[in-house]
Design a protein around this ligand. Structure first.
Ligand code: UD1
Length: 418
């Protein structure tokens, strides 16, 4: 398994650019299933998850090729509407193919994803919404077999919680449904707006993406598209915290600071100087951060995928921070690894109390998931001595060239393919 090796103690300085948003591009790859022909998606990061989604589409008969940061996806006239367990296990986000497959083929056979490192992760909202649109599901030996007679029907779907994935599945399914689909209590994440803008370029009729009510009027056919992915706010936010935790001075370019409003406000509360401009932001870290409290919430709240990186920062703060994780019950698993580095954190149910320590000490630790892995590398940048973050393939799922970008900013960081 690969590892990222970090020698701490150097302030990071300089400029770093971010690529397209992983959480947008994966759904946009699934969206190509809706229209036969060649699609081109640009600003695509060369990360493991893009490769995995390519395999999911490949299993259905599509051809994908990443050339630099331009991804071409060729969708055939007829698809094999199946995502087997080995692919769904490798990437849970594969569940997003349900909506497009039902809309395009009237059928989908998708292995039921189990839980993952973040917890149980049910998909009841996805299934409930698609059932309201006329699909039927049966669980056959671990495989969800979904069918609909004729076309999906547009209807009003009220989500019990603004789930990103369920909103996207409804959105994708609604584009080719009969009549109007209205999603109430929709998630408002920027990635959903980006997906909707790609679908509109394909010929879909969508209003309200980015707000809590989305209206989709089904059309007969969609066309292949050329689309550029929005910048990855999680990659941008992670580099911002690299500047913050090392007391450095980092300018992040090709990003959208307004997608990180709450996260940047919280960074300012820790004592960071933050400047924002069109497509860039500059973060100057304090010598020692101040403690702050925060709770994760759907957009525009504090992103759960920025939580571990922020906790890494608060672990060296002056004072005690209390944080509440509202999205994933098992998200705190990485805390045990931070404790190995000398952090003082206790967790109880969905809360963590972080008593800031003056120093962290480098240690061998393990990345349990993408963001936890990134957080441990950030902690390593601040720690005395050497931190070896094992199972770094998790980090490679979400960040292209994480180690080399940090090294270019002056960090002693190296990716080892062990
Ligand atoms: C997406 C992101 C993930 C991010 C999350 C929240 C991708 C590939 N992943 O995940 O990185 O952390 O949004 O911003 O885009 N829930 C249910 N039933 C459902 C669906 C969700 O109970 O059918 C719950 C989940 O357990 C969780 C909450 O709703 O507590 C939010 O989940 P959701 O927004 O759906 O996250 P994902 O789309 O899976």
């Amino acid at each position: 398994m690969p590892a990222i090796v970090v020698e701490g103690g150097r302030p990071l300085r300089g400029t770093v650019g971010v690529l397209g948003a992983k959480n947008a591009v994966l759904k946009e790859m699934a969206a190509t299933l809706l229209a036969p022909g060649r699609h081109i998606i640009s600003n695509v990061p060369a990360i493991l998850d893009v490769e995995l989604m390519g395999r999911v589409l490949g299993h259905m008969g599509a051809h994908t090729k990443l050339d630099g940061h331009e991804l071409s996806v060729v969708i055939p006239d007829s698809l094999d509407p199946e995502a087997p367990i080995e692919l769904v296990r490798a990437m849970r986000a594969s569940i997003i193919v349900l909506g497009p497959l039902l809309a395009r083929c009237g059928e989908a056979r998708v292995a039921l994803p189990g839980g993952d490192d973040l917890g149980a992760r049910p998909i009841d909202f996805h299934l409930g919404g698609l059932e309201q649109m006329g699909a039927h599901f049966e669980l056959v030996h671990g495989v969800l077999v979904g069918k609909c007679e004729g076309k999906l029907r547009g209807t009003e779907v009220e989500l019990p919680f603004p789930s990103v994935g369920a909103t996207e599945n409804m959105l994708l399914a609604g584009t080719l449904a009969d009549g109007e689909t209205v999603i109430i209590n929709a998630a408002r994440e920027p990635e959903i707006e980006d997906l909707a803008s790609m679908l509109c370029s394909m010929g879909a009729h969508i209003e309200g993406a980015g707000s809590a009510i989305i209206r989709i009027t089904g059309v007969e056919n969609l066309e292949p598209v050329r689309h550029g992915v929005i910048p990855d706010r999680l990659e941008a936010g992670t580099y911002a915290i690299a500047g913050a935790i090392t007391g450095g001075d980092i300018t992040v370019t090709s990003c959208v600071p307004s997608h990180l409003r709450m996260e940047l406000l919280k960074l300012e509360e820790t004592g960071c100087e933050v400047e924002r401009g069109e497509g860039w932001m500059r973060i100057q870290g304090p010598e020692r951060p101040k403690a702050v409290d925060f709770a994760t919430l759907p957009f525009p709240g504090f992103h759960t995928d920025m939580h571990p990186q922020m906790v890494a920062l608060l672990s060296v703060a002056d004072g005690t921070s209390v944080i509440t994780e509202n999205l994933y019950d098992a998200r705190f698993r990485y805390v045990g690894e931070l404790l190995r580095m000398g952090a003082d954190i206790t967790t109880e149910w969905q809360h963590a109390v972080i008593r800031g320590v003056e120093r962290l000490s480098g240690a061998p630790v393990l990345a349990h998931d993408i963001r936890a892995g990134a957080a441990l590398v950030l902690a390593g940048l601040r720690a005395d001595g050497v931190t070896v973050v094992g199972d770094a393939h998790h980090i490679d799922r979400g960040y292209e060239g994480f180690a080399s970008k940090l090294a270019a900013l002056g960090g002693a960081v190296e990716h080892r393919a062990e």
